[in-house]
Design a protein around this ligand. Structure first.
Ligand SMILES: Nc1ncnc2c1ncn2[C@@H]1O[C@H](COP(=O)(O)OP(=O)(O)OP(=O)(O)O)[C@@H](O)[C@H]1O
Ligand SMILES: N[C@@H](CCO)C(=O)O
Length: 324
């Protein structure tokens, strides 16, 4: 296949996984983005732009380069050398789906570069196998709320349009917590009672989100499978999970594997400032510095951008669009 000198650019949302009870099965895209640009090159060059990219390798061990090669291999195409640029607003290793966004963005950019021979479903299967769970990758790929499962061979999903009354307040602690570490503390075996608790809560949460029953969220967004075991890794989490609904949150959860905490809030709530103060005050009481950010669910998943000025660098192009 003739590849030529094409340059592609994708915009991919970060996400929150689990929403409390939906461990490894619920993901929701958020309006926090990364941009990836990719073209064929004579020698591989990787440019990582922005503070969020610190510590990420810029050689062929980079995740974006690796997933791009997986796409080419699956499509039967050889492009060993790539020029890749990435800018991201998604904080790294904080529970907002940075690795899933990198995987989905890399897969989508590589696929677009060779004329999109792979379907979204194929990309979803590849991304899920890489992450080992479909929640964050499903949200970054399809956008909205993604309800999914993976049986180790195939992932299945249904995308639900998020209720437009929902806003999201995240408290992002100024420390990293890798998914690997946060999964390591989970027990290998769980009781039937915990399993039933989570199936019930997760099912009602999904039904509530599908039918606009925001009143049910405070009771449904509870978990017995992972948050209790992860709480010791995130000072303040137990108090925030127990009390945030008394301060204006519809529901509250650890975002993904943490350490970010996420509150769902009715956009018309008059108690947003109270909730901010409660989260910040609780974390300060534990000597944890955190950044609070108001976000919205993102309807669109990864997008291949068709109109951009190729004469400008990725950063010059997106400067005006960041957070847009
Ligand atoms: N652009 C990137 N290029 C290379 N590696 C990346 C990139 N973005 C993320 N990663 C890798 O992913 C790791 C973070 O993944 P991890 O699953 O621990 O956290 P997260 O995805 O931010 O949070 P969560 O999965 O809980 O939502 C980073 O430490 C880094 O190794
Ligand atoms: N469902 C995953 C999300 C983080 O990648 C977890 O909670 O470990």
């Amino acid at each position: 296949m003739e590849i030529g000198s094409r340059k592609v650019r994708v915009k991919v949302p970060g996400s929150t996984a689990n929403l409390g009870p939906g461990f490894d099965t619920l993901g929701m895209a958020l309006d926090l983005y990364a941009w990836i640009e990719m073209s064929e090159a004579a020698a591989t060059k990787i440019h990582l732009i922005g503070d969020q990219m610190k510590g990420i390798p810029t050689d062929k061990s980079n995740l974006i380069y690796e997933v791009a090669q997986m796409v080419f291999e699956k499509a039967g195409v050889l492009i060993p050398e790539l020029e890749i640029s990435m800018y991201s607003d998604i904080p790294l290793t904080r529970g907002l789906g940075s690795s899933a966004a990198a995987i989905v963005g890399g897969l989508a950019a590589a696929n677009a570069l060779i004329g999109s021979p792979l379907s979204d479903d194929t990309l979803f299967q590849m991304a899920t196998a890489l992450e080992q769970h479909p929640d964050n990758v499903g949200a970054s790929l399809y956008g909205g709320l993604v309800v999914a499962f993976w049986d180790g061979e195939r992932a299945e999903h249904i995308r639900v349009e998020p209720d437009d009354r929902l806003e999201v307040l995240v408290a992002i602690p100024h420390f990293q917590l890798s998914t690997e570490k946060a999964r390591h503390v989970l027990p290998r075996e769980q009781s039937l009672a915990n399993a039933v608790y989570n199936v019930g809560h997760s099912s009602v949460l999904v039904a509530a989100l599908c039918t606009g029953r925001l009143d049910m969220i405070p009771r449904a967004m509870k978990d017995a499978l992972h948050q209790p075991y992860r709480a010791p890794l995130v000072p303040g989490l137990s108090k925030i999970l127990a009390e945030a609904t008394e301060h204006g949150a519809l529901g509250v959860a650890l975002s993904g594997a943490g350490p970010t905490m996420l509150a769902l809030v009715d956009r018309d709530s008059s108690r947003k400032a109270e909730l901010e103060q409660f989260l910040q005050g609780t974390l300060r009481g534990e000597q944890i510095e955190a950044t609070l950010l108001w976000l919205k669910p993102a309807s669109s998943g990864v997008q291949v951008l068709t109109h951009f000025d190729e004469r400008c660098t990725l950063f010059e192009n997106i400067k005006g669009e960041v957070r847009g």
